[in-house]
Ligand binder design. Structure first.
Ligand code: GAP
Length: 460
C-alpha cells in the first residue's frame, strides 16, 4: 500500500496524467480550476462507472431512463429553490486574495459549521474564530467578511433583450426529472412506485474546487428519483439505502472504506438525508447522497408552473402528490474512489511496481496482447490476429510491442489491466496456445484463445 495518505492523492494525480486517465482542463493555458479532461483510459473508466450504475438501475422493475436538457427555463431554478437557497459561504484572504469556503476553514480548526447556515450565523461564528483560522495559501489570518455566493452558474443562452428571464446551467440533474415526471407517466408504462434515472453534466460555481476529481465545477451526476405513495416512503427509503450500499460491492470497493453519515442540518428540500461516505486520503467525505425529499419538488413545480402534479391511483381511486426518494452520486467522485481504492504498490520479481487492482468490470483495458519479440514478423502477425479476435469480443483490448516484456507488464499493471497475453514461439511452432499472465499474482498459464475468452467473459 502507498506509504502515507497525503502521498496517495499526489501519486494518483501523477499516475492519471502519466498513463492518460485525467489531465488538468486547459492545461496549456495554465489550467482552468475545477475542470479536468479525460484521456483514453479515463474515458473507458468513466464509461465503466456509468455502465455499472445504469445496469443496476435497469435491473429493477418500473424504472424509466431519461436524458433531459442541460438548459431549462430559468423558472425551473426559481421553483426548485436553487436561485434563493443554493449557495456557499465565501471569504477572501486580504493578503493573497485567494477565495476560500468559510465553512471549510472553520472545520479545519475543529469548529462545526456548514454551508447551509445563514449569512448572519456563519459571520458570527467566523468572527469568533478569526484568531485561529489561517489562509491555506499564504498562512495569514486576515480575511474579509463572509458573504454567501450562489452555486448556480448563469448563461446567456437564448437571452437577447434586457428583461429576458435569466438562464442557468443546471446545478443538479434531478430537476430535469421532476419536470418530465408527467411526460413519463403519460406513456402509460409506469405507475407509482416507479423511478426515473439519468446521467448528465452538472455545473456549480464552486468557490474553491479542490481534491482533484472530488470537487469540480463541471462534473457528471448519476441521479435516480423514486416516486412513491407518502405512506410507503419511509420503508422504501430504507430499502434504497440498503441497496445503494450493497451496490458498491459491484465496483469492488473495500467494505471498511465505506460508512453511513446522517445529515444534521438538512438542505432546503430534504426531510431526511444520509450520505454514503468513503475514506479518501483527506478523510471521510461524501460519495453518494440518499435523500427523502418528501413532496417538496413536485409541489413547488406545481405552484410555479400551474400544472397539476398529482397522481391518480386507478386501483385505490386516491389522488396524491407522490413523495420522492433520491439517490445521487457523481461519476467523477466515483472514478476518484475507484482509482484510490485500486491503487497498490508491491514487489514482483524483486522489482517494485505500482498496480491498479481494478475489479475487471472497472478496468479500462481488459486484455493486453504482446508478441514476445517485436522483430519477429511471425510472432507479430499471430499476436495481431489474436488481438483482433479479442478486440471483437471485448472492445477494450490493446496491442503492445513497445520495450521488453517486463516493461510492458509494468505499464499494464499501472493501467490496471487484469490480463496480459503473450504470443511466443510455442504458440506458432507447437500450436500450444498463448501465456496468460494474471495482474495480481503474476502467475502465468498456457491457455487457448477460446479459454481466455470464456475466462474474461466470466469475470466481467
Ligand atoms: N440532487 C441532489 C444533489 O445534487 P448533492 O449532494 O449536491 O445532491 C450529489 O450532490 C452528488 O454529486 C454528491 O454526492 C457527489 O457525488 C456529487 N457532487 C456534488 N458536488 C460535486 C462536485 N463539485 N464535484 C464532483 N462531484 C460532485
Amino acid at each position: 500500500m502507498a506509504e502515507n495518505k497525503s502521498d496517495l492523492m499526489e501519486k494518483i494525480v501523477s499516475l492519471c496524467k502519466r498513463r492518460g486517465f485525467v489531465f488538468q482542463g486547459s492545461e496549456i493555458y495554465g489550467g482552468f480550476a475545477g475542470t479536468y479532461d479525460f484521456g483514453p483510459y479515463g474515458v473507458e473508466l468513466q464509461r465503466n462507472v456509468i455502465s455499472e450504475w445504469t445496469k443496476a438501475m435497469n435491473e429493477r422493475d418500473n424504472m424509466a431512463r431519461l436524458d433531459s436538457s442541460i438548459f431549462t427555463a430559468g423558472s425551473v431554478w426559481q421553483a426548485s429553490g436553487h436561485v434563493s437557497g443554493f449557495s456557499d459561504p465565501l471569504v477572501i484572504c486580504n493578503e493573497c486574495h485567494s477565495k476560500q469556503r468559510a465553512d471549510h476553514l472553520l472545520e479545519s480548526v475543529g469548529v462545526v459549521a456548514d454551508e447551509k447556515m445563514t449569512e448572519v450565523k456563519i459571520n458570527q461564528i467566523f468572527d469568533e474564530n478569526r484568531g485561529k483560522v489561517k489562509c491555506p495559501v499564504c498562512g495569514k489570518k486576515k480575511f474579509s467578511k463572509v458573504s454567501t455566493r450562489s452555486l448556480l452558474a448563469t448563461s446567456s443562452l437564448g437571452m437577447f433583450e434586457e428583461g429576458d428571464e435569466q438562464v442557468y446551467l443546471r446545478g443538479e440533474t434531478a430537476q430535469g426529472i421532476y419536470i418530465n415526471y408527467k411526460n413519463i407517466l403519460s406513456t402509460g408504462m409506469y405507475s407509482v412506485p416507479f423511478g426515473i434515472y439519468q446521467v448528465g453534466k452538472v455545473f456549480r460555481n464552486e468557490i474553491s474546487p479542490r481534491q482533484f476529481l472530488f470537487r469540480k465545477r463541471e462534473f457528471e451526476q448519476m441521479e435516480m428519483q423514486y416516486f412513491v405513495h407518502p405512506k410507503e416512503a419511509r420503508v422504501l427509503y430504507e430499502e434504497w439505502k440498503k441497496e445503494r450500499m450493497k451496490y458498491y460491492e459491484r465496483l469492488g470497493i473495500k467494505k471498511e472504506k465505506l460508512r453511513w453519515k446522517q445529515h444534521e442540518n438538512l438542505v432546503f428540500y430534504a426531510k431526511e438525508a444520509w450520505d454514503i461516505q468513503y475514506e479518501y486520503p483527506f478523510g471521510w467525505n461524501e460519495l453518494e447522497g440518499i435523500h427523502y425529499r418528501g413532496d417538496y419538488d413536485l409541489t413547488q413545480h406545481q405552484k410555479f408552473s400551474g400544472v397539476d402534479m398529482s397522481y391518480f391511483d386507478e386501483e385505490t381511486k386516491e389522488r396524491f402528490i407522490p413523495h420522492i426518494i433520491e439517490t445521487s452520486v457523481g461519476v467523477d467522485r466515483t472514478m476518484l474512489m475507484v482509482l484510490l481504492d485500486a491503487y497498490d504498490e508491491d514487489k514482483m520479481s524483486d522489482e517494485k511496481r505500482v498496480v491498479l487492482r481494478f475489479k475487471p468490470n472497472m478496468a479500462p483495458v481488459k486484455v493486453a496482447v504482446f508478441p514476445l519479440l517485436k522483430n519477429k514478423p511471425e510472432l507479430v502477425e499471430k499476436a495481431k490476429e489474436i488481438y483482433k479476435t479479442l478486440k471483437k469480443e471485448f472492445g477494450a483490448v490493446v496491442f503492445d510491442d513497445n520495450g521488453n516484456i517486463g516493461k510492458r507488464y509494468r505499464r499494464q499493471d499501472e493501467i490496471g489491466t487484469p490480463w496480459c497475453v503473450t504470443v511466443d514461439f510455442e504458440t506458432i511452432e507447437k500450436d500450444a496456445g498463448v501465456t496468460l499472465r494474471d495482474r495480481d499474482t503474476g502467475e502465468q498459464k498456457r491457455m487457448s484463445v477460446e479459454e481466455i475468452i470464456s475466462l474474461v467473459k466470466s469475470q466481467i
